[in-house]
Design a protein around this ligand. Sequence first.
Ligand code: HEM
Length: 224
Amino acid sequence: MVSAPPTPYEEYIRVDELLALHSPRTDAPGEDLFIAVHQVSELWLATLLRETGDARRMLLEEDTEGAARRLRTAVDVLGQLTGTLNVLCGMLPTEFARFRTELGTASAAQSPQFARVIKACRGPGPSLWDAFAALAEGQGGLVKIYDAVGGGPREVAELLVDLDDAFGAWMSAHWRLVSRQIGAAMGTAGQSAALLRERMEARLFPALLDVRPEFHRAEEVPAP
Ligand code: HEM
């Protein structure tokens, strides 16, 4: 029997090639899910890099409206990363144990795209933060930005906080997944759960939180 030619959809999306990349090494239940979740996560990380890169370029051109749109998409993508990750909560730790040795020393901690996302956001080097900081500087600083009514830079500042929160939510979901799957056992890349937990707290744009007390000074109630 001659198989049907691929539809224009299959050709455009490259469905066959995509599915061919999905090849679990064992028939242990959960490994297919484990690989799919990581592969999907890498695709989302690539999207995140494009969106944050575009947002940075737009900030350098002082196009705050364009940057805000890209940042909204980036926040949504991080939500997808969290949702995708949570699918793995359905895998039993005993199922994971059946194929975990296949990983060897492989760990998503080695994901170059993950490292690139962090660098693209907070540096060192050219980053979303340095582009925003330059814009804020040109407007008299962070406090001034928040004083401006309906200002584009303030909208961008709050979206950067949203992005930071969405990133933290992803890392926190990851921590919870790790806890329920392996508890305090050592990771395949040799890192301890404690180290992972410590890094989970790291912020992408700490200066945006550091400035918050400034907004409340005027409202401090004098002692009676
Ligand atoms: C059963 C599922 C998972 C387990 C048990 C797990 C476990 C771990 C562990 C123990 C580490 C520390 C490094 C090491 O391996 O020694 C780590 C790091 C990491 N994992 Fe996972 N992980 C899981 C799923 C995922 C998924 C689906 C992603 C999505 C891409 C992911 C992304 C990361 C990243 C980015 C790091 C580095 C975090 C950092 O440096 O702060 N992990 N993981």
